[in-house]
Design a protein around this ligand. Structure first.
Ligand code: ACO
Length: 329
């Protein structure tokens, strides 16, 4: 019997993209006021930490943002798109009902033949996609994966509902994940609890050429908030235990960027100093599946997060879904 060395996966490049239209809270409030919807910069900053978000132009679709982020990640990893053998796009705002945004991205990258599919786990989507890609690399089903989180949440916002429309933005983030002899990804864990479908959903569907139900986002914010803080602490501790690490080993916490109060709450419960918390929600808003890879790429490019650092990624969102990935960069 021959023994084979264990196979791991490692992030070798990151990339991200934000559409150029940056809308401050004040500008959004002014826009909403025209339709009689009242909000303010002060309310949004105090309750969420969000100061601005980016919105894609009407003719820009999810795969366009994904393409820009993917190209940057491929360049950073020094990998030719033709050598990618797996593409996973995490999104809840795909270009079409089908084919998947991953297939559309593959076509836009000008490569053909490799496996390509979408993962739908709302704001936990990137953590889900990264875990799936890691598993496929470990088993030998893939060697070089492109894992993308891309969203145009502006398309599903109800601009008459001030409790949700001020929270979200558009953007994309991507990583190249490659097979490696040494572990990059140390441990991961995914969860879902379908009992909570109603607290965060877009309850519409296409049928017989019509939209049935409501195609705009609905959220019970306080219910989501309460659930998120608890599960994020539990799953963080669990991935640390699995990897035989402790909170002291964590150089950076990159949680889903939904609300600064949830993020600070998680860091506090974990007894992690606030300067280990990566925050981009102030400038991006909640970009759902794109938020974690966007925050990762920005912190890598700014020089904050360095090769060799131990990073804890966390996602939480509609479903209800949540999960975490612990990795050495
Ligand atoms: N501007 C001004 N006032 C507002 C706004 C607004 N944009 N939105 C709500 N208010 C008002 C409400 O009407 C309410 O007024 P009232 O007291 O007179 O009734 C008051 O502000 C407080 O409203 P709450 O909903 O209780 O405010 P809260 O402090 O809970 O903050 C928020 C709301 C920001 C949505 C918070 O609950 C939250 O962040 N929840 C979590 C959201 C989240 O994390 N989502 C992540 C997953 S997203 C995904 O998976 C797609």
């Amino acid at each position: 019997m021959t023994s084979t060395a264990p196979r791991y996966s490692r992030i070798t490049g990151t990339g991200s993209y934000l559409p150029p239209n940056r809308l401050t809270n004040a500008a959004l409030a002014e826009q909403l006021a025209r339709d009689g919807v009242e909000t303010s910069d002060q309310w949004i900053v105090e309750r969420t930490g969000i100061k601005a978000r980016h919105f894609a132009a009407p003719d820009v679709v999810c795969s366009d943002l994904a393409l820009a982020a993917a190209r940057r990640a491929l360049e950073a990893a020094d990998v030719d798109a033709a050598n990618i053998d797996l593409i996973i796009v995490a999104t809840s705002t795909p270009d079409m009902v089908f084919p998947s945004t991953a297939c559309l991205l593959q076509q836009k990258l000008g490569v053909h033949g490799c496996a390509a599919f979408d993962v739908q786990a709302v704001c936990s989507g990137f953590v889900y996609a990264l875990t799936v890609a890691d598993s496929m690399i470990r088993t030998g089903a893939a060697s070089k994966a492109l894992v993308v989180g891309s969203e145009v949440f502006s398309r599903i916002l109800d601009f008459k509902d001030r409790t949700t429309c001020v929270l979200f933005g558009d953007g994309a983030g991507a990583v190249v994940l490659e097979a490696s002899d040494t572990p990059g990804i140390l441990s991961s864990e995914l969860h879902a609890d379908g009992r909570h479908v109603d607290i965060l959903c877009v309850p519409g569907t296409v049928s017989g050429g019509q939209i049935l139900g409501d195609p705009l986002l609905k959220m019970d914010g306080p219910a989501v908030f309460k659930l998120a803080v608890g599960v994020l602490e539990d799953v963080a501790r669990s991935v640390l235990d699995k990897a035989g690490r402790t909170t002291e080993d964590v150089d950076w916490l990159i949680p889903h960027q939904a609300n600064i109060r949830i993020m600070q709450g998680t860091a506090k419960r974990m007894k992690l100093p606030m300067d280990k918390l990566i925050v981009t929600v102030d400038e991006h808003g909640n970009t759902s599946a794109a938020s974690v890879p966007l925050a990762l790429d920005e912190s890598v490019r700014s020089g904050k997060v360095k090769r060799g650092d131990t990073v804890l990624l966390e996602g939480v969102g509609g479903g209800f879904t949540w999960g975490a990935v612990l990795l050495d960069l």
